[in-house]
Design a protein around this ligand. Structure first.
Ligand code: NDP
Length: 401
């Protein structure tokens, strides 16, 4: 049914390609292009062995728009799945506009030299995509992605309006390393060391990173400390559900992870300012990334579960109600299915689902959109069908922190 081009051959991409290879009637032709051809070859070999599906591979540096345009022209896909890094988002969107190709990603644009992410840069492309009859779907991972769909689903089925939204992201996986990140280390460390930011009474409130801590009893996992952080879906959700008065994002971290982050920050290893080492300019955080474990290698050794979801309080028929929607994902089960840990799995599956809905024109509108702007039901059905089932429970009380 459709020819797709995936850019980036990392942890998330490996899962998405496995999942697409299981659906050869929908994803009839798959091409994987990335900076390091060897990583494309590894995924190509695994997919051939497992499903007897041949994917095409190409080398591509998506920092170069002309190079990206040439590759897209050569492949001529219906859709480009951008699973490289947030730094490449705008280049790949430009290349899609030049080649008249639809676009999907999982993380919003970030300039390389500033640890800052926001949707405005990509939202500014809306008119250009609309004029060409092209669609760009932003943030179709888990968070952002599924958490946005959960919010739209809760509003559609259980509430008349939303007062407060809390996104709770718990990873109780143990990979046995003293320190490792479960997705790209550079992006992960930029995110967790940023100031916290949440929405309250029509304005953003900021605070120091990783200081506001509460304990929460996660289903099937138990009590864990989670920390207030800023996450990109807060920006789109308060825009698309303007009645929200309070929106927060929480993530769990173990003491060992936090201790390592503190030391690395204190000695300057998380800095993105270049330093001169033996006549070469290097960026400490990029150097750190090269010596940390590759998140793609964690799958085999990670045990435990993730639990990511939304707790939403709002009004239904003038009564206050609170709903908790979540998914539990088991690292070892993900590894057995596709050879990856649950963080790559929980991101790689939703981007395959977003792509499928675009290809089937179930979610299809020219312009640049976030996932909560579409009917959540087909996405929720496909999550249940393709490995990320969700559960919604009504809580007796709203959160008291
Ligand atoms: P990885 O670092 O494992 O993979 C990124 C891949 O992109 C690598 O193969 C890398 O190549 C390639 N790449 C980097 N730069 C370029 C370039 N200029 N041109 C072509 N390819 C390039 O990251 P993940 O798979 O963990 O994450 C992928 C994306 O998913 C990230 O944007 C991340 O922020 C996002 N994400 C989203 C989540 C969500 O829930 N929404 C959760 C987790 C991740 P090379 O190997 O040569 O470096």
């Amino acid at each position: 049914m459709s020819n797709v081009l995936v850019i980036g051959a990392g942890g998330v991409s490996a899962v998405t390609i496995h999942k697409m290879a299981m659906l050869p009637k929908i994803f009839t032709k798959i091409t994987l292009a990335s900076r390091t051809l060897k990583k494309c070859m590894d995924i190509q070999t695994k997919v051939k062995e497992k499903y007897n599906i041949s994917i095409n591979i190409l080398e591509l540096d998506a920092d170069n728009v002309n190079y990206t345009v040439d590759v897209i022209k050569q492949v001529n896909p219906f859709l480009v799945l951008n699973l490289a890094l947030p730094y490449q988002d705008l280049n790949i969107m430009d290349a899609c506009l030049i080649t008249n190709t639809h676009y999907i990603d999982t993380a919003n644009y970030e300039p390389r030299d500033e640890a800052k992410f926001e949707y405005s840069w990509q939202w500014d492309y809306k008119e250009k995509f609309q004029k060409k009859g092209l669609m760009a779907l932003l943030g179709s991972g888990f968070d952002p992605g599924v958490t946005n769909v959960y919010t739209a689903h809760t509003k559609k089925h259980f509430l008349d309006s939303i007062n407060s939204l809390d996104i709770l992201d718990c990873n109780d996986g143990d990979h046995g390393h003293p320190f490792a990140t479960n997705f790209n280390p550079e992006i992960n460390i930029r995110e967790v060391t940023a100031s916290s930011k949440h929405w309250e009474n029509n304005k953003w409130k900021t605070g120091p990173a990783l200081t506001n801590k509460v304990s929460f009893n996660f289903p099937e996992i138990g009590p864990k400390n989670m920390y207030l952080m800023y996450h990109e879906e807060l920006e789109s959700l308060i825009k698309h559900f303007p009645e929200i008065k309070k929106a927060r994002f929480w993530m769990t971290f173990g003491d060992s992870y936090l201790k390592h982050i503190e030391v690395l920050e204190n000695i300057g290893m998380t800095s993105i300012k270049p330093v001169n080492y033996n006549g070469i300019n290097i960026i400490p955080l990029q150097f750190l990334k090269t010596i940390l474990p590759d998140p793609g290698s964690l799958g085999k050794r990670t045990k435990g579960k993730t639990c990511i979801g939304t707790i939403i309080t709002g009004q239904k028929n003038n009564t206050e109600k609170t709903f908790y929607t979540f998914n539990i994902c088991d690292h070892e089960e993900c590894y057995n299915e596709v050879g990856s840990q649950a963080i790559s799995y929980t991101t790689g599956v939703p981007v395959m689902i977003g792509a499928m809905l675009m290809i089937q024109k179930i979610w299809f509108k020219p312009g640049v959109w976030n996932v909560e702007q579409f009917d959540p039901d087909p996405f929720m059905d496909l999550l249940n069908k393709y490995g990320l089932p969700s559960k919604t429970i009504e809580l007796e009380e709203k959160l008291d922190f």
